[in-house]
Design a protein around this ligand. Structure first.
Ligand code: ADP
Ligand code: MG
Length: 467
């Protein structure tokens, strides 16, 4: 069992990668900006403090609050709140111990003293802390003012935090959008790739189940398309060889059956023929009606004999007596046997034998028999008369004989079955004629094919190799 489809294998890694990027990127970006902005923010506030000290605004807290949108708190050396612009405080922050602790005044005092002692030029060094008062975040900048008091500038951080949040969320949103797009695109790509494969898999399953007449419909111009084409070719070949096998099996069975039947039938048949002929000669069976009946009996016996002969030809073992010889005389011998038949059906015979045809090896009797079968079919296809054209031409490696008639033609659906033993459309047919033809030609390593148009005629083409 496969656990993941190819499509999943393609899509999943991309999605995982993007999920990681989508989460990590906003976090990193926002932190980076906060850090960058934080430096600038501190410097700027430090500048304000300097201005406040220099201009004496340090004594006018309300003015500072208005000018810089900040809050000001002043603590005494004993950490008690001396002055404040911030009015909203939580309950616990109302007590000075708690407030002092929250503002980390003790810590700040040490830091500021250390700072003042260590360097003569303070530069940008400053003491700051993040403090939440009244539920709102502030960044507090401290200044020690005599006598030992703390001047605290509180810059509200709420807007910055909100901006940080907005930035993070919008980046996250964009990430999700991109991820969806990636998922969609990779799904489409994956589907494009795997759909033909799925079709191919279904097709192979059907072929495995024996449906060899199907072709795989994958038409893509890539490796999968090539694979499908190769598969189609393979299936066709498989079907052909399977059909051949069935045909061969049928022929073999028909051959075995024919052999045993023919022998059993022939002897009683010849007795019947003899007796009927004797009766005809008897003078007391002279009435015209009886004579007619006897003729009919004899005719029917001839017909049965024909069938039996066909069966025996069919059953004859495949020993070939091949002789290198000219082909045309053998054909003409058969045609001369047919002369009366042709005339009777008002069929015009046209012979087109190419000059200087090479000698080829063939078994005279068998080939004559095969040729006769084909000619008989042609005659039977033209009950109202027509033209029978026999031609022979040399090909690269043999001779092609064509027997063309202007008869009834063969319907499309019959064409594939013509060479099956016992396939016949005639009420008095045996269906063994063309089966025999095919067998004889295959024994000669030749081939036979039929082209036909209903209402126009049929052409049977037989090819014999020269070696
Ligand atoms: P049969 O002649 O005994 O029917 P064949 O094997 O000789 O058996 O031919 C099989 C069938 O093929 C015929 O019944 C007929 O339907 C068709 N057929 C063969 N040759 C021709 C032809 N020249 N014109 C039309 N149909 C033909
Ligand atoms: Mg026939």
């Amino acid at each position: 069992m496969r656990r993941y489809s190819i499509q999943t294998k393609i899509v999943l890694p991309f999605l995982l990668l993007f999920a990681v990027v989508t989460v990590a990127l906003p976090l990193i970006t926002v932190e980076f900006f906060a850090w960058k902005y934080g430096e600038q923010f501190t410097r700027e506030t430090q500048g304000w403090l300097d201005v406040i000290v220099e201009t004496g605004y340090i004594r006018d807290n309300e003015k500072v609050k208005q000018a810089y949108s900040v809050e000001v708190m002043i603590f005494g050396a004993d950490y008690t709140l001396n002055a404040s612009t911030l009015t909203v405080l939580a309950d616990e922050e109302q007590q000075w111990e708690n407030l002092a602790e929250k503002m980390r005044l003790q810590q700040v005092q040490q830091s500021l003293l250390a700072l003042a002692g260590s360097t003569e030029t303070q530069g940008d060094a400053s003491v700051t802390h993040d403090v939440t008062l009244g539920g709102k975040p502030y960044k507090v900048f401290y200044l020690l003012i005599p006598p030992g008091r703390f001047y605290c500038l509180l810059r509200p951080m709420e807007e910055i935090a909100a901006a940080k949040r907005t930035l993070a969320w919008s980046m996250f949103g964009i990430g999700i959008l991109v991820m969806t797009a990636v998922a969609l695109i990779s799904h489409l790509i994956g589907r494009n790739l795997t759909n033909p494969i799925k079709t191919l898999v279904e097709f192979t399953q059907r072929v495995a189940a024996g449906e060899l007449d199907k072709t795989c419909a994958v038409k893509t111009q890539d490796e999968i398309g090539e694979l499908a084409a190769a598969f189609n070719a393979m299936t066709r070949e498989l079907q052909q060889s399977r059909d051949k096998l069935i045909q061969a099996e049928r022929l073999a069975t028909a051959g075995r059956m024919s052999a045993s039947f023919a022998h059993e039938i022939r002897n009683p048949l010849s007795s019947m023929r003899m007796l009927a002929q004797m009766l005809m000669r008897k003078t007391d069976v002279s009435s015209e009606r009886h004579q007619q009946s006897l003729r009919s009996i004899l005719e029917e016996i001839e017909r049965i004999d024909g069938i039996v002969k066909g069966l025996m030809d069919f059953a004859r073992p495949a020993t070939l007596n091949r002789v290198q010889q000219p082909l045309v005389p053998a054909l003409q011998a058969v045609l001369s046997l047919m002369e009366a038949n042709l005339a009777h059906h008002q069929i015009e015979l046209v012979q087109q034998f190419a000059a200087n045809l090479p000698n080829i090896p063939f078994d005279t009797d068998k080939l004559k028999q095969a040729f006769m079968n084909v000619v008989l079919n042609a005659i039977e296809a033209m009950p109202q008369g027509g033209t029978l054209t026999i031609s022979a031409v040399e090909t690269a490696d043999g001779i092609r004989v064509e027997v063309a008639d202007t008869g009834v033609g063969i319907p499309e659906e019959d064409l594939a079955r013509l060479f099956e033993p016992f396939f016949t459309r005639k009420t008095k047919g045996t269906g063994l004629g063309l089966a025999n033809v095919k067998r004889v030609l295959e024994e000669h390593v030749g081939s036979v094919s039929v082209e036909s148009t209903v209402g126009e005629g049929t052409a049977v083409s037989m090819w014999l190799p020269s070696a």
